[in-house]
Design a binder for this molecule. Structure first.
Ligand SMILES: Nc1nc2c(ncn2[C@@H]2O[C@H](COP(=O)(O)OP(=O)(O)O)[C@@H](O)[C@H]2O)c(=O)[nH]1
Ligand SMILES: [Mg+2]
Length: 399
């Protein structure tokens, strides 16, 4: 995905500075520039108020509630530093009569950057700090001294964070690997000092430019976990038990629905297969796409998975028969995003140790043959069929 975005040039996207007429004097150029920037801002905000139904829908369905402890979404405002103002000053020195203008330029404002950091795992910091501001440039000084530039502000986020413009909904960057970085707001330019405006007919200019103001942007950060295999299924299908069997992850497990309230990642390593990362995605029930239960908020985490492991309880204790359970979940996946159904999907018939007879399993087999879905019968408690399934998953996720 990130490669696709990179090839489209979506990384390091910054608004361009409006062109200024080259015939104007530097001072007029400056005012023209300010006018152009303001006009740009006014028309930008008018455009932003035009409601696009598609983007509205996607915004609404993805706006999470803060009820969940897992911080995978944040809306922040970033502001780059303003440029320092130029200085008005004149050279005064012994034996140098009429020393002339020597006001220096203001320093450039700091940029705001977002960097992917492999040591972070959630967007918890951005849940508490909503406003970020880079340092302003310092004003210029006499003796043609340029002001110091403002320091850049770097906001570290976990790998797998997608950055959107909060107003337009456009994707600005997808920071997948450690060290990926995007500049979101460029610091304002420093104003020119009066030394710049000296000419043969105007030898003592008594003005200098003010610094350019910084950019302000509203940004949405969405964390999409970087897992190879996404484990989905109805509550109590045995997803968390399976993840804790195959990895060191310890999600909460119990025989009531919604035991697990946040996604969990686990690294699956074996002697005879390549290791991969699996994610337990909780909360899918009928109507999840409309917000039932935990809603479909966590489905964003399987958008990057290459394989979906769909677990279904085939024991007698299951509340639904396996085929109905599969159809329910597939409908929810399709409603969230049809592309999810184009991913490679595997059905895992779980809890086979608790089966009294294999009627349900046979029915499921028929359905899977008809739909051409691979089926694996497993038990996370006894370990039956688990290694075979893991080897197959590892084969599919291997690059
Ligand atoms: N007998 C048996 N019980 C299981 C198995 N896997 C999970 N369970 C039980 O099923 C219940 C729900 O499991 P859990 O992993 O929390 O399901 P989740 O909601 O899909 O994460 C728990 O009481 C587990 O002990 C299994 O393979 N065999
Ligand atoms: Mg669970």
């Amino acid at each position: 995905m990130s490669t696709a975005l990179r090839s489209l040039g979506l990384l390091n996207v910054l608004p361009s500075t409006p062109a200024v007429a080259s015939v104007a004097t530097p001072c007029i150029q400056w005012h023209l520039h300010c006018f152009a920037t303001n006009t740009h801002a006014i028309f930008g905000s008018i455009r932003a108020n035009v409601k696009d139904p598609a983007s509205m829908r996607s915004q609404r369905s993805r706006t999470p509630s803060h009820r969940y402890s897992f911080a995978d979404y944040a809306r922040i405002t970033v502001r780059s530093g303003a440029g320092g103002r130029g200085c008005v000053s004149y050279r005064r020195e012994k034996y140098v009569p009429r020393g002339g203008a020597d006001g220096g330029d203001g320093g450039t404002g700091g940029n705001v950057r977002i960097d992917a950091d492999r040591n972070l795992h959630t967007l918890i910091d951005q849940r508490y700090q909503k406003r970020y501001r880079a340092e302003n440039g310092r004003p210029g000084g006499g003796k043609q001294m340029t002001g110091a530039s403002g320091r850049d502000l770097v906001i570290p986020v976990p790998c797998g964070t997608l950055i959107r413009d909060a107003v337009t909904g456009d994707i600005l960057a997808d920071l997948v690997a450690h060290g990926d970085s995007v500049r979101l707001a460029q610091g304002g330019r420093g104003g020119k000092g009066n030394a710049h405006f000296v000419s043969s007919t105007h030898q003592t200019p008594r003005f200098a430019q003010p610094g350019e103001s910084g950019e302000v942007r509203d940004i949405i950060l969405e964390l999409k976990l970087l897992a190879d295999v996404g484990i989905v299924g109805l509550p109590n299908a045995g997803k968390s038990t399976f993840l804790s069997r195959i990895s060191a992850a310890r999600p909460k497990i119990a025989d009531y629905p919604f035991t697990t309230l946040t996604p969990h990642l686990g690294v699956v390593a074996g002697d005879d297969f390549t290791s991969f990362v699996a994610a337990d995605i909780p909360g899918l029930i009928v109507g999840a796409h409309e917000g039932a239960g935990l809603g479909d908020l966590f489905l964003r985490h399987i958008e990057r998975c290459c394989v979906l492991l769909h677990l279904v309880d085939v024991s007698e204790a299951a509340s639904e028969d396996p085929v109905t359970a599969i159809v329910t979940i597939e409908k929810e996946l399709g409603r969230y995003h049809p592309a999810l159904l184009k991913k490679r999907r595997v059905i895992g018939a779980s809890k086979i140790d608790a089966m009294d007879d294999d009627a349900r399993l046979k029915e499921l087999k028929r359905y899977c043959e008809q739909e051409k879905l691979p089926l694996f019968a497993i038990s996370s408690v006894t370990g039956t069929g688990v290694t075979v399934l893991l080897r197959k998953l590892s084969e599919w996720v291997a690059p």
